[in-house]
Design a protein around this ligand. Sequence first.
Ligand SMILES: [Zn+2]
Length: 303
Amino acid sequence: MVRVQVGGPKMDKKTNILLIFLALVIIGYLGHQNYTLNQTKIALEIELENTKQDFVSTTEKLSSDIEEFRDLLVTTQSEKITAEQEALRQQELLDGMTNTLGLYQKLATTDRELLAKYSKVYFLNELYTPKLSITIPPQYTLESEKEKMISAEVWPFLRQMLDDASTTSTDLKIISAFRSFDTQSTLKSGYKVTFGSGASTFSADQGYSEHQLGTTVDFTTTKLGTNNLTFEKTPEYKWLTENAYKYGFILSYPKGNAYYIFEPWHWRFVGKGLALRLHDEGKNFYDLSQRDINEYLLTIFNQ
Ligand SMILES: [Zn+2]
């Protein structure tokens, strides 16, 4: 066993003082170290706290920036929408004006006579002629050697009607179509119709005006020939009363009408829309007001 003896008898006071001094130095050093550490710790904590606060305020700033940006975006978007809506409204307005202008132009260039009601006081001007008339192919007419004319715009409807009628053994023949004012005058003389001293007293035959339009035809059958007075009793007349409206044709002067003598052979083109309405409502063309009728002018040649 080794015994270590500290501060043996030989250890003197000096050594003890040195040891105490050393101990104090160490304690002092450690104390200082501890203080420094504490200080550092406090400084770090303060810094951390500052950083935290910085972070919080940065986050707050960021959120408020985002909010602001969102508001801006919403405002911008709503401004964009408003601008787009305004542009759309302007466009619609422009379209509407263009359409209206188009309608006016179409109406201005539409021949209002095409759907005019004629009477003893209102008849077609003697200078009137159809815009364009064509010769009806002779197989559709009674007297194939005599040229019959019809408005070029009406012809497709008439031809379709006659072609469809012929598939049901309906033997319709055109005996009269477009008549010029001159032809009518001659006819009138033949019928000993008295002329007055001027246009205003001209006792117009309503049917004549319709023929001058180029949209009206008189029918007969091969069997009846030129004498079509009994046309009312034929199956062809029955077929027309049941089907003509589908092609835009109407009987201008049906039996019992208040305006003119009954003419079962006399059919006028008024367009499919108006013909259908008259058919559905069981009305006569001359029963409607001119204002009502004119609504069909723009679409008269619609298929
Ligand atoms: Zn006629």
